[in-house]
Design a protein around this ligand. Structure first.
Ligand SMILES: Cc1cc2nc3c(=O)[nH]c(=O)nc-3n(C[C@H](O)[C@H](O)[C@H](O)COP(=O)(O)OP(=O)(O)OC[C@H]3O[C@@H](n4cnc5c(N)ncnc54)[C@H](O)[C@@H]3O)c2cc1C
Length: 325
């Protein structure tokens, strides 16, 4: 079978890898410059930030075996931050038994590892897909036809964008159009000297922030003090179109207030807007399929959210195709 996959995030890559191992011909089309999607790392002026996914957990056997292989190959390692919870009463320690993993030396290595050996067309934003004579033909966003004809199409774009590819499957389209993704503002800040706090990461349950993490407390990162802050769901949504500089200043001041830090000096500060960050709520479907047209839809938002969900969704979509192929 010849399969086209839209999106080289972890779901698309897991799907592509499984299909390739099953002997199928797979082409992945990715609008960004490289694979990985929301599991990404930003490098700027020598500073490094995981500005999307922060860490991941492994609960099911399929993903645990993938994580074991990543750990053995040095692609992932456990992260054991000192975690705090911040609310109106201040910051208190959070003790839990969650085993947290991160990509090493950054979250983007997960995608890079899964992408090895696959045919990936980067900077290829697919604008339209149409089916003629039982085959899929793709067009990029300039309208130009991409080379190749495909027996099956796998879409891993967020639901708001996936619906555009599904005019031929109205039932699937209607189901997907009910899923919404929340935005998230991510702020990246590096500092001249380490911030004065005992915690490496904070879950924030009040105010504009939802999360803050000392990126350099993760294994394999440079020692320079670098933090990633995430705006809360409601605050990010309310300020979706705000100026990035204002967002960065506002969230950084809030972190300083939560940590009761009066003086700090940043060496670099920027904000990144994730327009489609996390589903609210995610489906628990695994993946979705229109069997007649061999169109599959997968991604974290089809499968309980998060990195493990994305991986599992891509895997199960591939297995459906392998079973019918
Ligand atoms: C701020 C933030 C914090 C997070 N924190 C965590 C966390 O701590 N733990 C955790 O487990 N998960 C976290 N997540 C979620 C995690 O990042 C996702 O679950 C996972 O990376 C999703 O993978 P995916 O393949 O489903 O989607 P994506 O990674 O979004 O991949 C989809 C890909 O499709 C591409 N694409 C879209 N449309 C087109 C098109 N038309 N043509 C070509 N390519 C296209 C996109 O560029 C993208 O690369 C977080 C996400 C965000 C944004």
């Amino acid at each position: 079978m010849r399969v086209a996959i839209i999106g080289a995030g972890l779901s698309g890559l897991a799907c592509a890898q499984t299909l390739t191992q099953g002997g199928h011909q797979v082409s992945v089309f990715e609008k960004a410059r490289g694979p990985g999607g929301r599991a990404s790392r930003r490098r700027q002026n020598g500073f490094e930030f995981d500005h999307g996914a922060q860490y991941f957990t492994a609960r099911g056997a399929d993903f645990q075996s993938r994580v074991d292989r990543w750990a053995a190959a040095g692609v992932a390692a456990p992260w054991t931050p000192r975690i705090g919870v911040a609310d109106e009463r201040g910051v208190r320690d959070k003790h839990d038994h969650t085993r947290r993993w991160v990509g090493t030396p950054g979250m983007s290595t997960l995608g890079r590892d899964l992408a090895a050996g696959l045919t990936i067309h980067n900077q290829a934003r697919i604008g339209r897909a149409h089916r003629s004579a039982d085959e899929w033909v793709l067009h990029d966003d300039t309208g130009a036809t991409r080379q190749g004809r495909y027996d099956a199409l796998v879409i891993t774009a967020p639901p708001e964008q996936a619906v555009a590819f599904l005019d031929h499957a109205p039932q699937l389209q209607a189901r997907i159009s009910r899923v919404a993704m929340n935005p998230c503002w991510a702020v990246m800040a590096s500092f001249e000297t380490p911030l004065c706090t005992d915690h490496d990461a904070l879950f924030v349950n009040t105010g504009h922030l939802s999360w803050a993490a000392r990126n350099n407390s993760k294994p394999g990162r440079p020692e320079t003090e670098c933090w990633v802050l995430h705006g809360s769901r409601d605050w990010s949504r309310a300020h979706l179109e705000a100026e990035p500089d204002w967002v960065a200043d506002t969230l950084l001041r809030e972190l300083a207030q939560r940590l009761e830090i009066e003086r700090y000096a940043t060496t670099w500060l920027a904000a990144h807007r994730w327009r489609f960050a996390l589903a609210d709520p995610a489906l628990e479907a695994g993946y979705l399929v229109d069997p007649a047209s061999r169109t599959l839809v997968c991604g974290d938002w089809c499968n309980g959210s998060r990195i493990e969900g994305a991986y599992g969704s891509g895997l199960s979509a591939a297995r459906w195709l392998i079973d019918i192929g």
